[in-house]
Structures are given as C-alpha cells and as structure tokens.
Design a protein around this ligand. Structure first.
Ligand SMILES: [Zn+2]
Length: 248
C-alpha cells in the first residue's frame, strides 16, 4: 500500500540506475501521448507526493500513481521479472537495468517539463525535509470540515500521507478519525500535520515501522489495553483503526 514515503524510497532506488543513462527501450501500452524515444536521456526520477515522475530529455515525462495496486520494480537486464509481463504498465530500460511499473492505475505521458506538470493542486509534500511552518499553515487552511480521517488523506490538503500514517498519526495525537475536522482546533491540526510529516520523513530514511493501531483490529492498545477498533471510512472506504479510549 504505497504511501508518500514508499514513493520516495522507490525514487531513491530507481534514480542511481536510471538518471543520466540512455534510454534503450520504453513501453507504456495503455498511456496515450508522446513517448520518449530510444536514445533519449533519463533526466530525473522524482517523488512528488504520491506520484513518481520520470523525466526524459526532449520534454517528455512519465507520471505514475500507484494507488493500492501499483509498484515499481528494478531488475538487471537479464533478470526474470517477479510479476507477469501483461501487468507491466510502463517499462524503462537503460543499459544494464530495466525498471518496470506493474499494475499502476495511473500511467500518463506528458510532453512538458516535469517541473511544470499540473501538480499545483497537490498540498505541500510532507515527506520533504523542506516543509516549512508556513506550508503546514497553508495545509490547515485547505482542510474541509469532513471527518479528520478523510481530510488527512486528501492530497490537496497535504500530499504524502497514506492510510498507514493517517491512522498512526491520529493515534499519536489522540484524535478519533471520525471527528469532524471542523471540530478539531487549529493547534491539534498543526500537531497532526507535524506528526505525520515527522513519521513520513523518518520512514523515507528507512526507520522501521512499528504500528500502534494500523492493521491491529481487536488487538489490545499498546497504551491502555482497550481492543483496537476498525471501520471503513469515507468514499474510498479506507480502513480506520483507532483506540476508542486513547482517541477522542
Ligand atoms: Zn488506548
């Protein structure tokens, strides 16, 4: 289940293999638009929120969004792929390496510089070390009055938070995921975003994940022993996990 930090780790893994290399083969069977040609150079591999952007010389960019199903794999040229070829949504091959994106629901080609891609609707990227207090304030201003567990997943508010860190953040801050964001005070919203950012940045750097609530339905709360509850939430029916005693 890729979150912003996972996308950053993917970018960190692909970058040394691809950037500066000459494209040998490119394939994206379902994507419309101008394709990078063999001979083009891979200029950059970047994670922006939950999007992975690969930019080629000639002004073509490949944008992938993993949602729940997608993943990028990196193989040596002759290595056997771990998923069937018919699930490949994008293949970027350079000398020695083949990067394959499997089962991603969003694979788009854009013939403009990656820096100008239409990502303006995304909130500040909380996985970035460059996040400022002003970014956090701006994200708070973008919050709707929907349930806070839904609002934290809204990438227009702040990008990078997925379902794992949403749940963990709400536990750490003692906030019930079903509370309306409109009833959560500004200090608490600030604490939620700062906590999520801290967790995401630690995870990008490879810190181990120890879940307090995520995936622990019916198990005792590590803080108070109350069984953890779980329930689907919001239009996307992402599962909320919370301690009914510690989170109010
Ligand atoms: Zn508890």
């Amino acid at each position: 289940m890729p979150e912003g930090d996972t996308i950053h780790r993917t970018a960190n893994r692909l970058r040394p293999a691809l950037v500066g290399q000459t494209l040998v083969r490119f394939d994206a069977p379902r994507a419309a638009g101008k394709r990078p040609r063999p001979g083009a150079t891979v200029e950059s591999v970047e994670a922006v929120g939950k999007h992975l952007l690969i930019r080629f010389s000639g002004g073509v960019s490949l944008r992938t969004h993993m949602r729940m199903t997608g993943s990028w794999h990196l193989y040596r040229t002759d290595e056997r792929w771990k998923q069937p070829a018919h699930l490949a949504r994008a293949v970027v091959e350079v000398e020695g390496w083949t990067a394959v994106c499997f089962a991603a629901p969003v694979v788009e080609l854009e013939s403009v510089p990656a820096s100008a891609l239409n990502l303006a609707h995304l909130g500040p990227d909380l996985t970035s070390d460059a996040v400022t207090d002003a970014d956090i304030e701006r994200a708070i201003d973008r919050m709707t009055d929907a349930e806070i567990g839904v609002v934290l997943l809204d990438q227009r508010v702040a990008s990078g938070i997925g379902n794992i860190w949403k749940n963990e953040t709400l536990f750490i801050c003692g906030v019930d995921p079903f509370r309306a964001a409109g009833d959560v005070n500004r200090d608490t919203k600030r604490a939620l975003l700062a906590t999520a950012s801290k967790l995401l940045r630690a995870s990008v750097k490879g810190a181990p994940r120890t879940a307090n609530v995520y995936g622990r339905a019916r198990q005792p709360c590590r803080r108070c022993g109350t069984p953890i509850r779980s329930q689907r939430q919001g239009e996307q029916a992402r599962t909320a996990y919370w301690c009914p005693t510690c989170q109010t």
